[in-house]
Write a new protein. Structure first.
Length: 483
């Protein structure tokens, strides 16, 4: 295809494709985003695009990749433009998003990112860096022994981590008399704002205890809950979208119609009027966050590992299996009973909507993609609700089965279908079905009085999966639950 999507070719888009409804040259950056991946481009950047079209011109995004240049290499020739393809089972809407004004690859030019973060115009720093990038130890504090943290403390001018970049920028702002920006985590972590605050304070304290107190007292880190399913872009997606545009788009993003963003309202330097476009501003995001983590993300993990074990490549394929659909329904029943009853949540309709979303055949959401990083994801999605149920004297058959399916998938995976940051340590105990050793390595239920009971139930279902196979084990679970 001769022409490529760019500022100069926007006028060539067909009338069926949405384009930025504002002068991109007239908007200014107010947000620096760390972790410019597909999810950010389908979620936060799409909301900001609507804000810019609404005349809120001071909130364009400077995007930064902390590792790979891939996003920059794809989007820089397109002037930061890309297509958002919103698909359900029989329709697709295409919109070109223009909210990302520029892109930085941190390892190539750390000073450029530090300068952007330290600029007075930057009022919010948003994060989608994944759970593992918070670099926490088993107690939830910053892992001060991690090689990247050691390196960042030794050479603050060339950070590798989000901790190093954010704290050094805050130091520079303080020295220049510029107020701290707000740090807004959009990662799937419980209390993600408080988690971000803790590791940033730990890092800052290591530099200077007085500055650590300053960060603790003066840097706002509201928590947020984000929800939109965003599968990895495929070559077929690129070809289909480019054909519809009549222009080549090197990296479109495919997503579902549903989207949700719930944010604690704590922005000392101001914020966009997100609520005009469906964002919910609250005093405490915790109940919404727990519902999403336990019902959407928890079910996603169970589906991913069972899908890996039973040969279902996508979530929709897995949900078409009656056995997996029944398992997910049982997982939801157990997890719903751990949610607060007085927080305005409506989990039963929510799970009904989730079942429809999971069955969207237009989204090729790969189970291998969701299966990545289970050691970091399962504590909040599966382990915590299981422990809460045990404390209440309730059963955990489906939650324990989900954890067992993870271990079984770790042992059985063909090649590198999915990965985990603890792969080198988990390989042997997973192959040996050593659940206790895995709990020790991951920190699952550490210090909890119900650890032994949880471990015993996971061991039971892991042995069943190993002896009978995953499909037969699901049938046994159904029979036990029906009794």
């Amino acid at each position: 295809m001769a022409n490529r999507l760019s500022a100069g070719t926007l006028g060539q888009l067909p009338p069926t494709v949405g384009a930025p409804r504002y002068d991109r040259a007239a908007v200014t950056p107010g947000i620096v985003h760390l972790g410019v991946g597909a999810f950010h481009r389908a979620h936060q950047a799409a909301f900001i695009d609507q804000c810019l079209a609404d005349g809120q011109s001071g909130w364009a995004i400077i995007g930064a990749s902390l590792r790979s240049p891939d996003t920059r290499d794809a989007l820089a020739p397109q002037d930061g433009l890309y297509t958002l393809a919103v698909r359900d089972s029989d329709t697709e809407r295409l919109d070109v998003i223009g909210s990302i004004q520029s892109l930085i690859v941190a390892p190539e030019d750390p000073e450029a990112l530090l300068a952007a973060l330290a600029a007075p115009s930057t009022r919010i720093v948003t994060l989608t860096v994944t759970e593992k990038a918070y670099l926490r130890n088993g107690d939830g504090a910053l892992d001060l022994a991690h090689p990247d943290i050691v390196a960042d403390l030794a050479d603050r001018a060339r950070p590798r981590t989000m901790h190093g970049f954010i704290v050094e920028a805050l130091l520079r702002r303080r020295a220049a008399g510029v107020a701290p920006f707000t740090v807004l985590s959009c990662d799937n972590l419980p209390a993600n704002g408080r988690t971000a605050k803790r590791v940033l304070v730990d890092f800052a304290t290591r530099i200077d205890p007085e500055f650590g107190r300053f960060v603790d007292e003066h840097v706002a880190c509201p928590s947020s809950m984000v929800d939109r399913i965003v599968p990895a872009t495929t070559d077929d997606d690129r070809a289909r979208v480019s054909a519809s545009l009549g222009l080549e788009d090197a990296w479109p993003v495919v997503t579902e119609p549903f989207r949700q963003w719930v944010i604690e309202d704590d922005f000392p330097l101001g914020r966009p009027d997100w609520e005009k476009f469906g964002v919910t501003m609250v005093a405490d995001v915790t109940p919404f966050e727990e519902m999403k983590l336990r019902l959407l993300n928890g079910a996603h993990s169970g589906i991913a590992y069972l899908g890996q074990l039973l040969g279902h490549a996508t979530v929709a394929d897995a949900m078409a299996s009656p056995a997996i659909a029944r398992f997910v329904a049982g997982l939801w029943r157990e997890s719903i009973e751990t949610l607060p009853r007085d927080a305005g949540l409506d989990p039963v309709p929510y799970t009904g909507e989730l079942a429809r979303r999971f069955s969207n055949t237009a989204l090729r959401h790969r189970t291998a993609q969701i299966a990545n990083d289970g050691s970091q994801k399962l504590p909040q999605r599966i382990v915590t609700p299981a422990l809460e149920r045990l404390a209440q004297g309730r059963g955990i058959a489906h939650l324990a089965f989900a954890a067992a399916a993870w271990i079984a998938a770790l042992a059985a995976r063909p090649g590198d279908t999915f990965t985990d940051p603890l792969d080198s340590q988990l390989a042997a105990p997973a192959a040996n079905h050593a659940v206790g050793e895995i709990f020790d390595l991951t920190g699952f239920a550490r210090g909890n009085p119900h650890r032994e009971e949880l471990q015993a139930q996971v061991e039971h279902w892991l042995k069943t999966i190993h002896a009978e196979g995953a499909e037969a084990a699901l049938a046994i679970l159904d029979r036990e639950f029906a009794q």
